[in-house]
Write a protein that binds this ligand. Sequence first.
Ligand code: HEC
Length: 143
Amino acid sequence: MKHALIFAVSSFATGATAGHELDDRDLINGQTLYAQECASCHGANLEGQPDWRTPDANGVLPAPPHDASGHTWHHDNQLLFEYTRLGGEEALAARGVIGFASGMPGFGNVLTDDEIWDILAYIQSTWPDRVQVMQADRNLPHD
Ligand code: HEC
């Protein structure tokens, strides 16, 4: 159920930016920072935690994979950025979903905005072209 909620929220995303935030990013830096800050939960190979679709006893979901088998690519860049900077609970609250118990911490005090975009660009760079094209379509308007 909670996953359905995330999908519903993200499909209302404004996509206010044109989707160029990920262009010309430092992928090596992104990969290094991913290993330091994200791999402990999302997996060294972006595979996520086991049974990531099943919430625990407190209703909190495990960390999903960031590879193409997950749903990261279902989201526009801005949502991914906010989710990383603010953490899941605050990012969803900003989009009107209040009180969602998220296991995703905010990294706004740990990483600069540029570092977050580098990490997201690295994650995106691991997806097959087909998936990259589909995710790019989430970032409207095009120009
Ligand atoms: C303490 C464990 C933990 C760490 C560390 C962590 N995450 Fe997460 N992350 C989660 C969980 C759990 C979710 C599941 C979403 C939810 O329930 O809100 C999640 C969800 C996400 C999402 C939204 C879901 C998706 O796949 O689209 C993004 C984006 C994300 N994380 C990015 C990152 C990035 C980037 C880092 C490193 C800077 C990171 N996470 C580090 C636990 C973690």
